[in-house]
Design a protein around this ligand. Structure first.
Ligand code: ADP
Ligand code: ASP
Ligand code: MG
Length: 386
């Protein structure tokens, strides 16, 4: 049965520093239906944790020490700015201790496994969620803030680095936590991206996988809505960082959003829409910098006829750029691949694939990075976006 609760996920840029965390807190304070808050590692921390592993593996003590200190200093500075409680400060120090210890283990071994990397990765989300949970305790005193250990909830197989979630176990474990707390008065905070296998070893869902965690938790409680708060006000017709006139899309179907994400639009982790589609839970994508902007709502509603909404790019395994137009009923529009290809320029774009939600081309002669995407977006705007 559908619950009234909302799961809200905040990405790395949304929790990048103390001010950003305060913005997240405001969003949560303003919506009492938010029951589970999913937190990513602070911006760039996951990359820095990879640098730690690589420096330690190469026995590069100086880089190892520098990156380790950068990670620690960044989190301690946020903690101080947010008046973090002494108890939580101690917990943060413990995690910092684990970071140094893992770096040393890899350094001594001269190598690391995907399993060790997952343990190391998990420290990023553990630090950020710890800080946000303590901030929420200060800001929302009437609620009991429980920091849930995602490893106890997000049960996965042992495919380290890209683990498969076990959805029945996730639902069972989360129901147990809900049963043992007075849910109405409680706000749960947990980590995105991480989980654990049946032996209790830490696993991760794949880089950028916190969106997926939020969707899995939403599915487990049959949430009324999953919110993905990021640094752009929704899913756009193309990557707004690259294409300056990209337009934000108000509504997308699960299949369109999945196609865009799978074909390169980094704003959503590709499997995010699977759990939400299974339970018919709408997914809102919005900007924590501008929470009142319209954003994008992803639902099962599909346009009745042909429509083209976005274009994305990705690098294939052979290193070429794949440009994909995404929309609905694309296979019903006669001659669409030929039409698009002639607009794009036959010499530079080779037809690759057509499905009901996507038409893809391989960009063959693109000199400058992102030029193919910009060009493809200009074709989309000229002919298909009104
Ligand atoms: P977070 O840290 O919140 O998970 P991400 O960096 O994973 O954020 O995703 C947001 C970024 O996705 C945006 O800053 C934007 O550059 C990029 N992006 C790529 N394609 C799109 C698109 N079609 N619409 C919106 N954003 C996109
Ligand atoms: N922190 C993880 C990463 O950067 C997961 C996420 O942010 O979605 O890959
Ligand atoms: Mg992301």
């Amino acid at each position: 049965m559908e619950s009234k609760w909302i799961v809200a996920k905040f990405g790395g840029s949304s929790v990048r520093d103390a001010v950003a965390m305060l913005r997240c807190s405001q969003i949560i304070e303003n919506n009492p239906l938010i029951k589970i808050v999913v937190i990513s590692a602070t911006q760039n921390t996951t990359n820095q944790l990879e640098f730690v592993a690589k420096a330690a593996e190469k026995k590069d003590q100086e880089t190892l020490d520098n990156v380790t200190s950068e990670i620690i200093n960044k989190h301690v500075a946020i903690a101080k700015e947010l008046f973090t409680s002494p108890q939580v400060m101690l917990e943060l120090e413990e995690i910092c201790g684990e970071l140094k210890a893992l770096g040393k283990i890899i350094f001594d071994d001269g190598k690391y496994s995907a399993k060790t990397m997952d343990e190391l990765y998990s420290l990023g989300e553990r630090m950020s969620s710890l800080l946000v949970s303590d901030l929420l305790r200060l800001r929302i005193p009437k609620k009991k803030i429980i920091l849930l250990d995602a490893k106890k909830i997000i049960k996965t197989n042992s495919d380290y680095g890209k683990a498969e979630p076990q959805i029945n176990l996730i639902a069972e474990h989360l129901a147990f936590e809900f049963k043992n707390s007075s849910v109405e008065e409680t706000l749960f905070v947990t980590q995105g991206f991480i989980g654990s296998d049946l032996m209790g070893n830490t696993t991760t869902l794949g880089r950028e996988g916190s969106d997926y965690s939020a969707a899995l938790l939403g599915e487990a409680i049959d949430a009324q809505l999953v919110q993905i708060w990021t640094d752009v006000p929704g899913v756009a017709s193309s990557d707004p960082r690259i294409v300056k006139d990209a337009k934000f899309i108000k509504n997308l179907s699960y299949d369109e959003a999945t196609a865009l994400a799978t074909l390169g639009a980094k704003v959503l982790f590709p499997t995010t829409l699977l759990p939400t589609k299974r339970k018919n839970i709408p997914v809102f994508v919005g900007s924590s910098l501008n929470p009142h902007a319209t954003g994008t709502l992803v639902t099962r509603e599909q346009d009745a006829g042909f429509s083209l909404k976005g274009v994305s790019q990705m690098t294939t395994s052979e290193g070429s750029t794949l440009i994909s137009f995404v929309g609905t009923h694309l296979d019903q529009k006669e001659g669409l691949p030929t039409l698009l290809q002639s607009d794009l320029g036959k010499e530079s774009f080779e037809f690759f694939d057509l499905t009901s939600v996507s038409v893809s081309f391989k960009a063959t002669h693109v000199d400058e990075k992102n030029e193919a995407l910009k060009h493809a977006h200009s074709v989309l705007v000229k002919y298909f976006l009104t």
